[in-house]
Ligand binder design. Structure first.
Ligand SMILES: Cc1cc2nc3c(=O)[nH]c(=O)nc-3n(C[C@H](O)[C@H](O)[C@H](O)COP(=O)(O)OP(=O)(O)OC[C@H]3O[C@@H](n4cnc5c(N)ncnc54)[C@H](O)[C@@H]3O)c2cc1C
Length: 518
């Protein structure tokens, strides 16, 4: 491999972009292969019409369900990956999430590492991604070795009132962790203008802490980092023994190209990483690369989520609404048989976004009535853990397309969380009978298409018979293949996944820097 790169990274999202940022200071030659392009900065970035109704930034990919029925997954192929559209709610998993948890529909398995192992990497990720928050408010969180780099984003008046009402009713609301480039003390110096378009939109002014803005863009001038966009990795080639990846096959501009790297890291997102490995079957790896365990593609998870708009008589003039979270129902106990999950606020709805989110429901509603509804509503996101099931899996059909078999888990817990929410709303002046379903990025009318929080498919573990990756996220069966996207999750918890992907990428990045140095 005379002309080989030191590291090839496939994908530039939370896992791949953060890894590149960690490795770049080593001076080693890094090649980033990204199938998408840079997301264009244009007024449409902030326009709910093109974003929600037109689906402007969703890939035209077609995937198939277990019956072979086609659907369009809500995936975003850009430099920065899904984080270009994410809400930047950057939560740590709870310490208990790293252990085994019994759920209504099965067991959430223990991770091979604990919260204490991840804590330093969470701190690094919070500082890299400029997270605002207030440790100590949420009674379910784990210990922290360093404060957030920024104080919590202040609640706007309606949300402060909601927080006060919740506290008065005995709940324990907290300031949600947000990754935005905002300096509230010196507002003119901020990039962030605290607008309503963080969640589900790209940020036109690059003030959201996404993987492009924070991790990839700062590397672009470096002599040791090369980024190729429009470069879709289709297959990995191996040596005859099947122990090393010797070639990364790319389709770019209609041509086939092959790149060599001493280390190869796949971070193409949980479904596409499985696709690449399954498509790389050889004589030594007949069921797909690194798949002697049969686990590649299995245990796909994506959270059991509900989004609702709770209406009140009074207006909600909040612009940046994502500042509040509640974990009172996260664990079992206190009369609850099962853990239920997390409640947090979403980006503020407007009439056009509601049309895009609920095209059927809002078909006949005049725009003014939707606008009035949105003006009085508080948008809420409920997340329940989805437990890993071997049958929830990515496979490839005869043409090499992704086939996703998926059955939602923990419906009873999700319904329980919704009931808790309705009770809670009655305590805070948001009547429980004025709750509308809201279909936001989970696309719950096509549950399988809502792949925003996709995870699993290549879990890490100590036993090569039941996991794909070892604890350093190296494939058990190969010497130079790593995976650093959300595929490595053995379980997903009930908080947003991106900070854990970023923290793990930094952890693995430091390991790889050490390996390359020696
Ligand atoms: C609308 C939306 C809102 C969200 N909000 C939040 C939130 O508030 N908080 C949170 O924690 N999480 C949120 N998420 C989820 C979060 O963005 C993901 O968990 C995270 O980005 C996953 O990181 P990843 O590295 O696994 O995948 P990605 O970040 O998606 O990166 C995968 C990359 O690989 C590229 N790629 C794919 N296939 C190939 C190929 N064959 N060759 C080359 N490149 C390839 C993709 O283009 C992409 O750049 C949200 C997601 C969406 C869509």
């Amino acid at each position: 491999m005379a002309d080989a790169y030191d590291v090839i990274i496939v994908g530039t999202g939370a896992g791949g972009g953060t890894l590149a940022h960690t490795l770049a200071p080593s001076g080693k030659r890094i090649l980033l292969l990204e199938r998408g392009d840079f997301l264009p900065r244009e007024l449409a970035n902030w326009d709910p019409g093109p974003v929600f109704v037109g689906g402007r930034y969703i890939s035209p990919d077609t995937w198939y369900d277990s019956d072979g029925k086609p659907f369009q997954p809500q995936v975003h192929y850009y430099v920065g990956g899904a984080t270009k559209m994410y809400g930047a709610a950057l939560y740590r998993l709870r310490p208990a999430d790293f252990g085994e948890i019994q759920h209504a529909d099965g067991v959430s398995p223990a991770w091979p590492l604990g919260y204490d192992d991840f804590e330093p990497w969470y701190t690094r990720a919070e500082w890299l991604y400029q997270v605002h928050g207030a440790h100590g408010e949420d009674p379910t969180e784990g210990h922290w070795s360093r404060d957030y780099p920024w104080p919590a984003v202040t609640h706007e008046p309606r949300i402060q009132q909601l927080s006060d009402d919740l506290a008065a009713a005995g709940y324990r609301p907290f300031h949600a962790p947000c990754g935005i480039l905002l300096d509230e003390a010196r507002r003119p110096a901020s990039t962030c203008i605290r607008c309503a378009t963080c969640d589900g939109y790209p940020c036109l002014v690059h003030a959201k802490s996404d993987a492009e803005t924070i991790a990839v863009r700062p590397l672009l001038g470096l002599p040791n980092v090369t980024l190729l966009t429009g470069a879709e990795v289709t297959r990995l080639e191996t040596d005859p023994a099947g122990r090393s990846v010797t070639g990364v096959v790319v389709s770019r501009g209609g041509a086939r190209e092959v790149y060599q790297g001493h280390l190869v890291v796949v971070a193409a997102g949980a479904a596409n990483t499985a696709k690449i490995l399954l498509a790389s079957a050889t004589g030594e790896h007949p069921d797909g690369l690194a798949n002697g365990s049969g686990q590649v593609g299995r245990n796909y998870m994506f959270h059991n989520s509900k989004a609702v708009i709770a209406l009140a008589a009074e207006r909600n003039e909040t612009v940046f609404q994502k500042t509040l979270g509640l974990n009172d129902f996260y664990f079992a106990g206190e009369g609850r048989q099962w853990p239920l999950g997390n409640i947090q606020l979403l980006g503020k709805s407007n009439a056009m976004a509601m049309k895009g989110e609920e095209p059927q429901l809002t078909r006949l509603a005049p725009r003014w009535s939707l606008a009035e509804t949105a003006r009085h509503g508080v948008d809420i996101w409920l997340t329940t853990e989805d437990v890993p099931k071997p049958g929830n899996r990515v496979t490839l059909d005869g043409d090499g397309n992704i086939r996703l078999a998926y059955r939602q888990t923990n419906r009873a817990e999700s319904d329980g969380l919704y009931q808790e929410l309705r009770t809670l709303l009655n305590h805070v002046g948001l009547a429980d009978h004025h709750v509308l379903g809201k279909n936001f990025y989970a696309s719950m009318d096509v549950p399988i298409a809502g792949v925003a929080h996709q995870a699993g498919t290549c879990r890490f573990g100590t036993d090569p018979a039941s996991s794909v990756l070892d604890v350093t996220c190296k494939a058990h069966e190969l010497d130079n293949l790593y995976v650093t996207d959300a595929s490595f999750f053995p379980s997903i918890g009930a908080v947003n996944p991106a900070l854990t992907v970023m923290a793990n990428a930094i952890r693995v990045g430091e390991h790889l820097a050490g390996r390359l140095a020696s």
